[in-house]
Design a protein around this ligand. Structure first.
Ligand SMILES: NC(=O)c1ccc[n+]([C@@H]2O[C@H](COP(=O)([O-])OP(=O)(O)OC[C@H]3O[C@@H](n4cnc5c(N)ncnc54)[C@H](OP(=O)(O)O)[C@@H]3O)[C@@H](O)[C@H]2O)c1
Length: 276
């Protein structure tokens, strides 16, 4: 048995690969799945083709992860049956495999495409209406079904809806969404942009950082308490903080104590130790 802290399903994808790498750097032991493209990443890799068979159960049995991040999705143009298999059935397989393990945190990466876009800007309490989407409706419908499966089955779960994730892949190439417009502009061509929608893009590095914060033990949200930093996380924090300036260290501490932007960074500035 190769037990790990964290299993990334879809670890060979754009976001999944960044997560695997960043989590390993943060001190987590990591395993990940891939389908067609096996990347060079830290941790054990398991080939899982969700449209063919349920290998997830065996993978979870072997790795016994404390946290599972579900980042698999098929190409947007795939058949509805493939979307069903990857975005819903695979999720159900994971939920079944961890049904008797309430301590396992399950994070499902979803999408703002669960909203039609007819009535934004949206908040997380707005009801999704994927059936009203004209584009990529199979993706939108099945991602929403996946969300419902997760939230209906366990409380120890997070659904993270993303909009546009930009940046470079782990090999350093710009993702297509940025690379293509750049090519158009470099060729001196006009670049049509949207003027009829709200989008909240995020850089992949920021996203991964945010996800690592969310999965850290005792993550505080809406006033709920943050927890003790110990073990590999404490060691990783100490290593990270070495490379920061004094000001950045103060900010990092403020964030860790859960009071960031609520006063203690101002208090820290006035502490006698910090006035020189
Ligand atoms: N990127 C964005 O801008 C964005 C925006 C909104 C939401 N999201 C969500 O974020 C998550 C990750 O997105 P991403 O952009 O990183 O996706 P991606 O680059 O397309 O990666 C998809 C992952 O799923 C795996 N996969 C695809 N088909 C599979 C199958 N049949 N069986 C098993 N695995 C399969 C791929 O494996 P192989 O590559 O090895 O074949 C890859 O690891 C998804 O849940 C997506 O809905 C992303």
């Amino acid at each position: 048995m190769n037990k790990v802290d964290l299993l990334v399903i879809g670890g060979s994808g754009f976001i999944g690969a960044h997560l695997v790498r960043a989590a390993a750097r943060a001190g987590y032991s990591v395993a990940y799945t891939f389908n067609k493209n096996r990347p060079h990443l830290p941790g054990d890799a398991y080939q899982v083709a969700l449209e063919r068979e349920n290998r997830l159960e065996a993978c979870i049995e072997t790795t016994q992860p404390g946290i599972i991040l579900y980042c698999a999705k098929p190409a947007l143009s795939s058949l509805r049956s493939v979307h069903d298999q990857v975005n819903v059935e695979g999720v159900r397989w994971v939920l079944a495999a961890i049904a008797d393990s309430p301590h396992v945190l399950f994070v499902y990466l979803s999408t703002s495409a669960v909203f039609s876009g007819h009535a934004g800007p949206y908040t997380e309490s707005d009801p999704p209406d994927p059936e009203a989407r004209a584009l990529y409706s199979a993706y939108a419908l099945t991602k929403h079904e996946g969300e419902l499966a997760v939230l209906g089955a366990r409380s120890n779960a997070i659904v993270a809806r993303l909009a546009r994730v930009n940046g470079r892949d782990v090999q350093g190439s710009l993702n297509r969404r940025i690379a293509e417009p750049l090519e158009i502009l470099r060729a001196g061509q006009p670049l049509p942009r949207y003027s009829d929608r709200y989008i909240s893009p995020i850089g992949v590095d920021n996203l991964v950082q945010a996800l690592l914060e969310v999965i850290a033990p005792g993550f505080s949200y809406h006033g709920k308490r943050a927890t003790t930093l110990r073990g590999h996380q404490a060691r990783a924090f100490l290593e990270d903080i070495e490379c920061l300036t004094f000001g950045e260290q103060q900010q990092a501490m403020a964030r860790l104590t859960g009071n960031y932007k609520r006063g203690n960074e101002r208090v820290a500035k006035n502490h006698p130790r910090n006035t020189w």
